[in-house]
Structures are given as structure tokens and as C-alpha cells.
Design a binder for this molecule. Structure first.
Ligand SMILES: Cc1ncc(C[n+]2csc(CCOP(=O)(O)OP(=O)(O)O)c2C)c(N)n1
Length: 232
């Protein structure tokens, strides 16, 4: 038996794009994104009733994906332990938005997965700080908060934050001062750095204002830009 996937709803166009490149969808489908009632289009969100040959698992009512993924992971375990089906290599992958992390169902699902020791479950949280009704949270550090929730439930946790452009700066941060500055920089400021695309701003506010100007003296403003595209 294979894996099961639960995609956060706004990732659906990514799945459609891949299916188009693989030849599973044609241009007619793609040109009718969100116009599926006539029979040729693609539903905006994953749902097996709307697209029975494409989606197996409905998501998007926020919290549904995480909740179902835990049930599925538990069911894989059940099947295996009772000798009904070999699901020992099956994994459940659940893609969640940072707004979706606010849902009680999501928090419950994470706690439940920890309680059941479901190491066949991988949850991936995309943190873009946006939900339809505004920013995910004001003035805080969502990635840090989420890490606490996951680690508290017993998950291993990997944070992918900057890409590799700042690896040398982080590797050379022997006294931890750069990390400390980044950890107290609120999400809103990181979004501002990413939006302004101004390396000089990053130099002034992250490095010069904190006595770390020498760390980046050898880098141009442009070379600083690949840094915090998202939250440190
Ligand atoms: C229970 C519930 N409440 C509200 C909505 C409306 N809604 C759809 S997507 C969305 C925001 C999603 O934000 P996030 O999880 O961060 O994903 P992103 O769109 O940023 O990828 C909201 C509020 C919903 N689908 N389900």
C-alpha cells in the first residue's frame, strides 16, 4: 500500500500544475480552474466529490486535513498490527497552512499523533503569515510557536528558513549574537525585509543597529538580500 497525501487547499494549483506537466490534465482543464460544474474544469480545492478521479481526500475546511491525516496514520497502524495489510512502509503527508495551525482540530491532531506515537506521519507547515482575514498573528514568531507545539507533542522538527545564502553568516556566529537578533525580530519585520527587497535596510536594522556591522562588511547590499525571505 502506498502513501496518503493531504494538501492544504491553496496548494491545489501546484498539484494541478504538476499533473498538467505529467499529461494527466490538459489545457482545457487548466483553463477552467474553478469552473468545474460544466465537467471539464478543476475545483479550487481538493475534494473527491468534485473531482473523483483526481482527489482522494477533501481538505480546506481548515483543520480537516490534519485531523484526517492522524486518523489515516492510525488506521495504517491498525491494519498492519492486525495483519490485515502491510502498511509498514506507508506514510501520511499532511501539508498545512500557518493560518490552519490556529484551528483547534489541528492542535488536537498534533497532540493525538504524539500520544499515539505515529511516526508514520509527516506534517509540513507552510508559513507565509497570511490567512484570508489578515496576518496569521500579530507581532510574534509563528515558527517558534509551532516548533514548541510540535516538539511538546513529541515530533521531530526541522525548520527550513533562509535557504542556504546565509549559511556562512550563521555558521560564523560563534557567540550567538546574530541568532539572538534574528530570534527577537518579529515576523512583521521579516515580512517588511522580504517585501522591500532592500539589502541596505537589512544591513542597517539587523547588523548595524546591533553592533554586528563587521559581520557583513564583505557583502554588498544585494548579497544580503537572499537572507530572511521569511521568518528567522
Ligand atoms: C474552518 C474554516 N474557517 C475559515 C475558512 C476560510 N479560509 C479558507 S483558506 C483560509 C486561510 C488559510 O490560511 P493558511 O492556512 O495560512 O493557508 P494559505 O492560504 O496562507 O496557504 C481561510 C480563513 C475555512 N476554509 N475553514
Amino acid at each position: 500500500m502506498g502513501d496518503q497525501l493531504y494538501f492544504q487547499g491553496h496548494a491545489a494549483p501546484g498539484a494541478y500544475a504538476r499533473a498538467y506537466l505529467e499529461g494527466r490534465l490538459d489545457l482545457q482543464h487548466v483553463m477552467h480552474f474553478r469552473q468545474e460544474v460544466g465537467g471539464t474544469g478543476l475545483s479550487s480545492y481538493p475534494h473527491p466529490r468534485l473531482m473523483p478521479d483526481f482527489w482522494e481526500n477533501p481538505t480546506v475546511s481548515m483543520g480537516l486535513g490534519p485531523l484526517q491525516s492522524v486518523c489515516q496514520a492510525r488506521y495504517f497502524r491498525y491494519l498492519h498490527l492486525r495483519g490485515l495489510c502491510d502498511t509498514s512502509a506507508s506514510r501520511v503527508w499532511c501539508f498545512i497552512g500557518d493560518g490552519e495551525m490556529d484551528e483547534p482540530e489541528t492542535i488536537y491532531a498534533i497532540a493525538r499523533a504524539g500520544y499515539e506515537r505515529l511516526n508514520n506521519l509527516v506534517m509540513i507547515v507552510n508559513c507565509n503569515y497570511q490567512r484570508l482575514d489578515g496576518p496569521v498573528r500579530g507581532n510574534s514568531k509563528v515558527i517558534q510557536e509551532f516548533e514548541g507545539i510540535f516538539r511538546g507533542a513529541g515530533f521531530d522538527c526541522i525548520k527550513l528558513i533562509w535557504g542556504d545564502a546565509w549559511n556562512d553568516l550563521v555558521d560564523g556566529d560563534h557567540d550567538g549574537k546574530l541568532i539572538e537578533v534574528l530570534e527577537r525580530t518579529p515576523d512583521g519585520d521579516c515580512q517588511r525585509y522580504a517585501a522591500k527587497q532592500d539589502g541596505g535596510l537589512i544591513r542597517r536594522e539587523i547588523f548595524e543597529a546591533n553592533g554586528l556591522a563587521d559581520r557583513v562588511a564583505h557583502l554588498s547590499d544585494d548579497e544580503l538580500l537572499p537572507g530572511p525571505k521569511t521568518a528567522p
